[in-house]
Design a protein around this ligand. Structure first.
Ligand SMILES: NC(=O)c1ccc[n+]([C@@H]2O[C@H](COP(=O)([O-])OP(=O)(O)OC[C@H]3O[C@@H](n4cnc5c(N)ncnc54)[C@H](O)[C@@H]3O)[C@@H](O)[C@H]2O)c1
Length: 259
């Protein structure tokens, strides 16, 4: 039997970018730990199978369509999730993207695309979600940042991912700020900073032998992470097991920052 501190029965979670990749895997993981889950995505058709899987576990599941960079849609998404699940006590701000270009090639449009999605949307979604969490007496907000919030990786092609690193570094700072805003409201706000994970977002990286090799060589564990390896950290930060933890960024980086 699992430890009761990690039991999410009765918790109500919203996961953004849950159509595929890390978001979908985390949503299923939260449901396996007992939570009802709302899956939100700009393209929710991708999440139909995950919905069936979650319902198969006996949990409530809602599928929501929203472009989270549109603040009206983002706030509506939070309200709809709370309505569908009967409240909201967990938010996973996961939807995110990256653009791989040399610094000289990055346009204002590129910057806005990455920073609006990875940083700005997370602030407004968290703020609206906190209103729902206060009604429930508290909650957990988990922001999916990146190891690039903490260190620069210069790819063999000369990319340092400036907009992405800026957005994820901002997300780590925002995590601390919101943790303090809501520390008395019993809302814990934390971030997870993963290493490179095998998903559609990094498929092109994997197919680039020089880049893939450089990353594996730089990572002490010598490999990319698997999406399932983020589920445990997410359940920890979503559960009563982390009630004394707020404002932190949990590195899940295969040893990147140790050596
Ligand atoms: N894959 C990695 O190596 C890695 C490493 C560290 C952090 N991360 C972070 O993890 C998160 C998920 O990454 P992933 O690899 O699963 O990405 P992914 O591209 O596979 O999935 C992202 C999901 O977000 C959705 N999405 C995109 N724009 C959206 C929008 N405007 N509104 C709503 N949904 C939108 C997409 O439809 C997709 O389902 C991102 O924040 C990413 O920065 C990924």
């Amino acid at each position: 039997m699992s430890h009761p501190l990690f039991d999410l029965a009765g918790r109500k979670a919203l996961v953004t970018g849950a159509g595929r990749g890390i978001g979908r895997t985390l949503a299923i993981g939260l449901a396996q730990a007992g939570a009802d889950v709302a899956l939100a995505d700009i393209d929710p058709s991708q999440a139909a199978e995950a919905k069936a899987q979650i319902e198969g576990l006996g949990r409530r599941c809602a599928l929501l369509q929203a472009d989270v960079t549109d603040l009206g849609q983002a706030e509506r998404m939070v309200a709809e999730a709370a309505r569908a699940l009967g409240g909201l006590t967990i938010l996973v701000n996961n939807a995110g993207t990256n653009i791989r270009k040399r610094v000289e090639e990055i346009t204002e449009e590129d910057w806005d695309k990455v920073v609006d999605l990875n940083l700005k949307s997370c602030f407004f979604i968290a703020r609206r979600a906190a209103e729902e969490m206060k009604k429930a007496g508290g909650g957990k907000i988990i922001n999916i940042a990146s190891l690039m919030a903490w260190s620069v990786f210069r790819s063999p092609h000369g990319h340092t991912y400036g907009p992405y690193a800026s957005s994820k570094g901002g997300l780590v700072s925002m995590t601390r700020a919101l943790a303090m805003d809501w520390v008395k409201a019993n809302i814990q706000v934390n971030a997870i900073c993963p290493t490179f994970i095998e998903t559609a977002l990094t498929q092109a990286v994997k197919e680039d032998a020089a880049l893939y090799g450089a990353i594996c060589q730089r990572t002490p564990m010598g490999r990319f992470g698997r999406m399932e390896e983020l589920v445990g950290p997410c359940i920890f930060l979503a559960s009563a097991a982390s009630n004394l933890v707020t404002g932190i960024s949990l590195l899940v980086d295969g040893g990147w920052h140790a050596g």
